[in-house]
Design a protein around this ligand. Structure first.
Ligand code: URA
Length: 199
């Protein structure tokens, strides 16, 4: 595919990192959605192949979920931002239709969003902790997006899929403390355990 919508990303990327879905059958049980490719992903042309990816895959494997079989991977923005900065809202808006297409193709039973940026891109709700709490309380009722999200954002809400935000799995983010005093890593593992129980 080609895309030249974002000047800054066109200058910083080596290649566009397209989503990869399970090879057998079009639908996947779980779709993981990250923020954007990092250096390793940009070099290899595949999402979640660096350190953050390894932490994520290890966690999911503990619950019997295998990449390419039970789950596929995508990013909210398909090109590596310069110096690994967070994607801007404009860049997210440019890329969201592609994510909508991917979700449509994959028809996942659950969507795991990795980190605040990916989560906000889908729900429109600011703050990872707020997203985790709101989704636990209201299930996956898309009306919470209308209730909380700023009017300028049109979220790509995966209708019918469970939405499961987890902290970013980069070593720095994963080992910080969450607002309740636990490590974010512990909150992430709890989110995956809850998801597996619900699937
Ligand atoms: N790798 C990705 O492809 N995306 C992320 O968000 C983190 C690591």
């Amino acid at each position: 595919m080609t895309c030249t919508k974002c000047q800054s990303l066109c200058a910083s990327r080596t290649q566009i990192v397209e989503p990869d879905l399970p090879e057998f059958g079009r639908h996947c049980l779980v779709l993981v959605v990250g923020e954007a490719p990092g250096a390793d992903e940009d070099a290899q042309g595949k999402g979640f192949v660096g350190r953050a990816g390894r932490t994520l895959h290890k966690l999911l494997e503990e619950y019997g979920l295998r990449r390419g079989y039970e789950y596929g991977c995508a990013n909210i923005v398909l090109c590596r931002p310069p110096d690994n900065r967070r994607p801007t809202m404009q860049e997210i808006v440019h890329c969201l239709p592609l994510l909508a297409e991917t979700i449509d193709r994959a028809q996942p039973r659950a969507v795991i969003t990795v980190g605040e940026t990916a989560t906000r891109g889908i729900t429109g709700i600011v703050g990872l902790w707020v997203n985790i709490k709101a989704l636990r309380e209201h299930g996956h009722d898309p009306r919470i997006a209308e209730m909380i999200c700023p009017p300028e954002i049109k979220p790509v809400w995966p209708h019918g899929s469970l939405l499961v935000p987890i902290p970013h799995t980069s070593p720095l983010a994963w080992n910080r403390n969450a607002p309740d005093g636990r490590k974010w890593a512990e909150v992430g593992a709890e989110q995956i355990r809850r998801m597996v129980e619900m699937l």
